[in-house]
Each structure stands twice: as structure tokens, then as C-alpha cells.
Design a protein around this ligand. Structure first.
Ligand code: BTN
Length: 325
């Protein structure tokens, strides 16, 4: 629920109709101090509003955040099945959780769950995922592939390639993939992917691909502990990017690669993945639950497993780990 104060602030800025309104006038209208006005304007900015502030003139709204609702995504979407059904909510706990429920209810393949904000976004390895309002893409895609259960991790790698391609389609940036599916720009993480599966021992019911993309955050929008390692497309490119355009491209690329995968298998996807991979041929450190392996990254297997060669020449298969490059 929007606070009464926020409603008043929006009223004051709307009345100005794109012209400047002084901090003092806003403060009087709302009934708070000028410092409080400044703080609320900062909150607006962190939610994606562009607000100009000029000394002796005051504030004016330049643009409101673009949303990623069903219509914004579907207008101009060039896919056949992926994203044809969209479940959109402004605020959710986690799109992943909703996608699991919908998958259980039997929704069609390609159904997408998308939100403006997640209050308990889930990351890999039981971590949380910071998902502030209007500045990133928080979405989960439901697929129902007819493939053996053990091949499902290949879809995670496929998703990483599709998202890397979508970043190239919409920016001048050069994304790289860190095994298994972090996308980095200038060595900082801009995208995380979490793939979960509903399956019996021999049959996949659904694969849920959760994609979190940092798009229009400024550095100060990240919690301090993330500021060194994480980034957004805005920070790296210097440009505000349309989230719905990035979603459309990601869905388009996902569909193209998924079709290719179902027709020709993992080989073409693996080649593409390796073309984006960071640190192949270099020595990296993989921390697994029980162990830390330092070794040269040789590549991935057809099951998407990372191969690391240690200094004694022994090759280790890494199934799940935190990688330091
Ligand atoms: C990672 O740890 O790198 C994976 C992060 C995945 C985050 C996305 S955001 C959309 C979907 N919903 C979630 O709760 N998590 C995934």
C-alpha cells in the first residue's frame, strides 16, 4: 500500500504538470520538512522516476518508471509460445514461488511470471536475491520439455546464452557467462539464473527458469555488500534501458534456442555457451559444499558439468559450486 505521504507528494508533483515546484511548496503541501521532501524524492529516484532538481527552482518529474505488465511485454513480442501467457503482479514474494504453483495447476508451456518487485527473491545456493521495485527484471518461465531428467541442467545454460544475446541486442555491452549461469559485464554480475524442476524419477513435469536482471539500478541502490561484485546495465552502459524491450528480446532468444535445442540437441547450445564463457583455459577456484578445488577450467560436458584440471593433472567434475575467477 502506498503511504499517504507518497500520495500527497505525487499530487504536488502532478499539479506542477512537468514544471518545477519548490521543496518548500511541496513541504507545505505535504506537511513535512524540506529534508523529508528530499528523502522522498530520493526514494522516488530509486524506484525509477527521473526527477530533476535545480537550486532555487525545485523539483520536476521528467519521467515515470516504465512498467513490465502483460501489455507492455506483449506489444511487439515476436514469439510463438514463450510469453504468450503472462502472470503479472506488482509485488510478489518470489516469481519462482508463483511459477511453481502455476506449473502445478497445469498452465501451458511458455507461461511467464513477472513482477516489478520481489520481497523475498531467491538466489542459487539458498541465497536471497535483491529485487527492488521497477529497476530490474524479475521473471520465471515455465517450460515442459520432453527430455530425460538428467539433461535438465542444460536448459540453465541455454537460458544464460539467451539472456547474453538479449543484452547484446539491446545494448552495446559485451556480456560474459561465468559457470554455470551468472552473466557478467566488465567482470561484475548483472544477471543471475535459478533453475528448478518438478519431476518424478523418470519424467520432468516442468522446469522453472528464474531470471533476475539488474537493469536500471544506480550503484547506491545495491546493498553495500554487493556493490563491489554486482552491477546493472545502466551503470555499465550509462544509459537507461527499457525493461520490457529486454524481456521481449530475452523471450525471443529463449524461444529460438529452445527450438534449436529440441531439434538438434545440446551441441549448438554448448558451443554458444563456450563462446560467451569467461575464464575458460584459466585457473579458477570452485568452492563446493565439502571442498575447494583450484584448477584450470577446461570446458563443460554435455550434461553442463564444469571440468577443472588441478595442478597434478587430475580432472574434477564440478556439479554445483561458487566460482571465483
Ligand atoms: C543467482 O543466485 O544468481 C540466481 C538468482 C535468480 C533470481 C531470479 S529473480 C526471478 C526469480 N525469482 C526468484 O525468487 N529468483 C529468480
Amino acid at each position: 500500500m502506498q503511504s499517504e505521504l507518497r500520495t500527497k507528494l505525487m499530487e504536488a508533483l502532478s499539479k506542477a504538470d512537468g514544471a518545477f515546484i519548490s521543496g518548500q511548496e511541496i513541504a507545505e503541501y505535504i506537511g513535512c520538512s524540506r529534508t523529508a521532501v528530499w528523502k522522498h524524492i530520493e526514494d522516488l529516484r530509486s524506484e525509477g522516476y527521473r526527477v530533476e532538481a535545480v537550486r532555487k527552482k525545485g523539483y520536476r518529474i521528467i519521467s515515470a518508471p516504465e512498467k513490465v505488465s502483460e501489455s507492455e511485454i506483449q506489444l511487439g513480442l515476436e514469439t510463438r509460445t514463450i510469453g504468450k501467457m503472462i502472470h503479472y503482479q506488482e509485488t510478489v514474494e518470489s516469481t519462482q514461488k508463483i511459477a511453481h504453483q502455476l506449473a502445478n495447476e497445469g498452465v501451458q508451456e511458455g507461461t511467464l511470471v513477472v513482477a516489478e518487485e520481489q520481497i523475498s527473491g531467491k538466489g542459487r545456493l539458498m541465497r536471497s536475491w535483491h529485487s527492488p521495485k521497477y529497476s530490474g527484471i524479475w521473471m520465471s518461465l515455465i517450460l515442459r520439455p520432453k527430455i530425460p531428467v538428467h539433461e535438465a541442467p542444460q536448459l540453465t545454460l541455454l537460458a544464460a546464452v539467451a539472456v547474453a544475446q538479449a543484452i547484446e541486442d539491446t545494448t552495446a555491452l559485451k556480456p560474459q557467462i561465468k559457470w554455470p549461469n551468472d552473466i557478467l559485464v566488465n567482470r561484475k554480475k548483472v544477471v543471475g539464473i535459478l533453475t528448478e524442476m518438478q519431476a518424478e524419477s523418470d519424467r520432468i513435469h516442468s522446469v522453472i527458469i528464474g531470471i533476475g536482471m539488474n537493469i536500471n539500478q544506480q550503484l547506491e541502490d545495491f546493498p553495500e555488500e554487493l556493490q563491489e561484485k554486482a552491477s546493472s546495465l545502466l551503470i555499465e552502459s550509462g544509459e537507461t534501458i527499457s525493461r520490457s524491450t529486454v524481456i521481449q528480446r530475452a523471450l525471443y532468444r529463449l524461444e529460438k534456442l529452445y527450438d534449436l535445442y529440441l531439434k538438434e540437441g545440446f551441441k549448438p547450445i554448448k558451443d554458444l555457451w563456450e563462446s560467451y564463457a569467461i575464464s575458460l583455459g584459466q585457473v579458477i577456484r570452485a568452492s563446493t559444499v565439502n571442498d575447494t578445488i583450484v584448477g584450470k577450467a577446461l570446458g563443460i560436458t554435455d550434461a553442463g558439468v564444469l571440468l577443472l584440471e588441478d595442478d597434478k593433472g587430475k580432472v574434477h567434475s564440478v556439479y554445483s559450486a561458487d566460482i571465483e575467477i
